[in-house]
Design a protein around this ligand. Structure first.
Ligand SMILES: [Zn+2]
Length: 396
């Protein structure tokens, strides 16, 4: 089907503001971008008072957890226990509802593509019906070998049955048994999406073999008590010691990285660090070393994380929190962080831009004439228009 969007302005190729904006679409793909408004065109959609932007890429989500809502604990280990308990009460129907509700919340707030972490027991066929683009990463985890192996095997089955792009990844290092970590890296290839150096208790676990996370593991699995596990000063240094290089991968959080960690990250090719500002604030983390990553030319992308560790699922809020924390960021630097950086890292180069040949994932934001785009992003909470793969979304 051919369609033409007409609006007062659009940001093309993440850098050129065109006024007016005429975007021609055929079979869900942008075929032409221009400024001349035709007198007649097939299926012309007039979007008055709107600025058109590419749909956002939410670089890190846990859609399956949406129905659990915002958890009450804000310290990592009690929060994790609360999450594990809440998950035992969640039915398969709840998970399907979670996926749908999560997608709807994110579509309304501009996220047309979500890079999602998926559990081994996910009702994977439910992903076929979701209205937004989802790229899945199945999470391998389990502190003891039989559990870790069972989860890894189940995820391989899900990968075969998956109706969406589905990759396998370690959830992180310290939650996976070392035998399975070794098998995983022998058998699997990037892209990966892995939580690394997320919280202070993780740092304590690696550096001192102590602290709330260490205590949690040995209480839960007494057979591990006394074992020195994952011996390294950090997850990133553990990977380096074992000659694991995570090229072409998403590194989730990376809040507690020291200079050694950042030196190692800077040697990995084509990585993108995913910062989740809402989750960062939820856990009241001390410091995100954004400036060091920037100095090393390491790409950054923004994600929401799951609703269980955020106050809401609203992609605009993530942008706004990030701009409050780093007001020096200009539009030129911000746009790839919210559209293309994460996608290009995992090899997707036909989404995230308003550009000929790209999928028609386009959002419309109501704005005043001549309003600065960063200012518009800072003041918006919901999209006024959203198209995904050429399909206009209803009920925004
Ligand atoms: Zn996560």
């Amino acid at each position: 089907m051919k369609q033409t969007l007409v609006a007062p302005s659009a940001l093309v190729n993440n850098q050129d503001l065109i006024e007016p904006a005429v975007i021609e679409i055929d079979s869900g793909v942008i075929t032409k971008v221009r400024t001349h408004i035709p007198k007649k065109a097939e299926n012309m959609i007039m979007l008055d008072d709107m600025l058109l932007l590419p749909g956002f890429t939410n670089a890190h989500a846990h859609l399956e957890l949406t129905s659990l809502g915002v958890l009450t604990e804000h310290n990592f280990v009690p929060w994790m226990k609360e999450l594990m308990h809440a998950k035992t009460m969640q039915t398969a129907a709840d998970v399907v509802r979670s996926l749908e509700e999560g997608c709807q919340k994110l579509i309304k707030t501009g996220s047309t593509t979500n890079i999602d972490h998926i559990s081994f027991d996910s009702p994977i066929t439910a992903y076929r019906k979701l209205p937004c683009n989802v790229i899945g990463f199945g999470e391998v985890l389990g502190s003891i070998e039989p559990i870790s192996r069972h989860i890894y095997d189940k995820l391989k089955d899900l990968q075969r049955a998956s109706p969406i792009d589905f990759h396998l990844s370690l959830h992180t290092i310290h939650t996976v048994h070392e035998t399975i970590i070794n098998e995983f890296f022998q058998n699997e290839h990037p892209p990966f999406s892995i939580h690394l150096c997320e919280y202070a208790e993780e740092q304590e676990y690696f550096q001192n073999n102590s602290g709330p996370f260490y205590d949690f593991v040995v209480t839960r699995y007494p057979e591990l008590n006394g074992l020195k596990r994952h011996q390294a000063p950090s997850a990133i240094q553990y990977l380096k010691q074992h000659n694991r290089v995570l090229n072409n991968s998403l590194i989730i959080h990376a809040n507690y990285c020291d200079d050694h960690d950042i030196d190692i990250l800077s040697t990995w090719k084509n990585i993108c660090i995913v910062h989740c500002p809402g989750s960062f604030a939820f856990f009241d983390h001390a410091h995100f070393p954004f400036k060091q990553y920037r100095e090393q030319n390491i790409k950054i992308a923004l994600g929401t994380d799951g609703l269980v560790s955020n106050n809401e699922l609203n992609y605009f809020s993530e942008i706004q929190l990030f701009l409050e924390m780093f007001p020096e960021i200009g539009l030129k630097e911000l746009m790839p962080m919210i559209t293309t950086n994460a996608l290009e890292t995992i090899g997707i180069t036909n989404r995230g831009l308003i550009k000929e040949g790209y999928f028609a994932d386009i959002i419309g934001l109501t704005c005043k004439k001549q309003q600065d785009i960063c200012e518009t992003l800072s003041q918006t909470k919901n999209v006024s228009f959203c198209m995904i793969n050429g399909l206009s979304q209803q009920g925004l």
